[in-house]
Design a protein around this ligand. Sequence first.
Ligand code: COA
Length: 375
Amino acid sequence: MSDDTVYARGLRDVAACQTRISFVDPLGALYYSGYDIDRLIGRVCYEEVVYLLLHNKLPNQRELDDIKSALVSEMKIPKQIVKWLRNAPKNSHPMENIRTAVSQLGEYDFNPDENSEAANNQRALKLIAQVPTIVATLHRVRHKQDPVATTKEYGFAENFLHMFRGKPADEEEKAALDRFMILHADHGLNASTFAARVTASTFSDMYSAVTSAIGTLRGKLHGGASERVMNMLLNVDNVGEVEAYIQGMLFDGKKIMGFGHRIYRAEDPRSRHLRKVGKTLCQRIDRMDLFRKCSAIQDVVHKERKIYPNVDFYAALVLNALGVPKDFFTPFFASSRIAGWTAHILEQYSESVLIRPTSGYLGAYGTKFVPIEKR
Ligand code: COA
C-alpha cells in the first residue's frame, strides 16, 4: 500500500459511490429518492415505489397505470426457462436455481448488444417483472404443479402471491405482501447492491450484474438471515424458553439472526413496519405464539446486546404467515430488491466509472523460485 492508501476493514464508513436512489439514516430512517418510507407506507403501492426508484420521482396517475400494466404483461418468462426449472435439481436450495435461471434470462434477450438507456430501462422493467415469476414457477414445479398465469386485473404483489400459491390472495394478504415488497425494494449500498454495481461498473450486462447480486444476497449475513430466523423460531418451543436459548447462543459466541446492522444505530424502520404487518397476519391465522416468541427474543437481545431487529427478523414472521416455506424467504427478498438492484445498475451505467479498489498486500516480496522437482 502506498503511504496515503487507507484500509477500511469491511469498507465500513467508506462511500464507494454516490446515489440519488436511497439513503439509510443511522438514526433509524430510510429514504427512497427523498421520501421517508414512514410517509410512503400505507399511501403508495409497490409499483409506485418501483417507478420512484427507477425515475427518481413518484408517477402521476397515467404513469402509474402504464407501469402497472407493463409490469404484469412482462411477467411471462421464456418457456425454455420453465422447462429448465422443472428439471432443476430439487435438493438444491431455491436460491441456487433462481440464480441460474435469472442468469439464463440474458440468453433470451432479443437484443443483447443494444445498450441504449431506453433498452436498459426496458430490461430493468422485465427483470423486475420476471424474477418473481421465476420464484413462483420454481415453487410450483417443485411441487409437481403447473405454473399459474398472470391475471391482468391483479396488482403486482397480488399476481405474485397468486402465482406462487395457486390461490388468489385476499385483501389483507395483498396488502401485507405489497408492504413487504416496498420495504425490501432498496437499501442504500447494501452488499448485494454493491456487488451489482461493481459488475455494472465494468459495463457488463444487466443480467450478469443481477446474478452477482443474487449470489451475494444469499449469504446468512445478508438476505439469508430470514430463513435462519424461522429456524430459531421453530427451535424455541415456547416463550418461556426464549431467555435461556438466547443467553446460550450469546454465551457460545453465536450471532442472533435477524439482529444488528452495519448502518443503523437505532431501530431499523423496516422492522417496525413489518412487526405490525406480522402481528396482524399472526392474529388472522391464530399464530400469536410466534409473534410473542419474536417479541420475547427482541426484548432479550436488546437487554443483552443493545441491538435491534433488522428487516429479516419480522420478514420471517410475515412470509411464514403468508404460507411461504422458509427456503423461499430469500427468494421473496430478491423478488423485491430487484427493483433497487436494477435502479442502481442503471445509475452505475450513467456514472461510467470502474469500481476497482486496491488491497493491502500481506505477502512476501522476492521469494526465491524453486524448480518443481526440488519443491
Ligand atoms: N447477534 C449478536 N451479536 C451481534 C449481532 C447479532 N446478530 N450483530 C452484531 N453483534 C455484535 C457483534 O458480535 C459485535 O460485537 P463486538 O463488538 O463485541 O465484537 C458488534 O455487535 C458489532 O457487530 P459486527 O458484526 O462487527 O457488525 P457488522 O456491521 O460487521 O455486521 C451484521 C452487521 C448485520 C452482519 C451483523 O449484525 C450480523 O451478523 N447480524 C446477523 C445476521 C443478519 O441478521 N443479517 C441481516 C442483515 S440486514
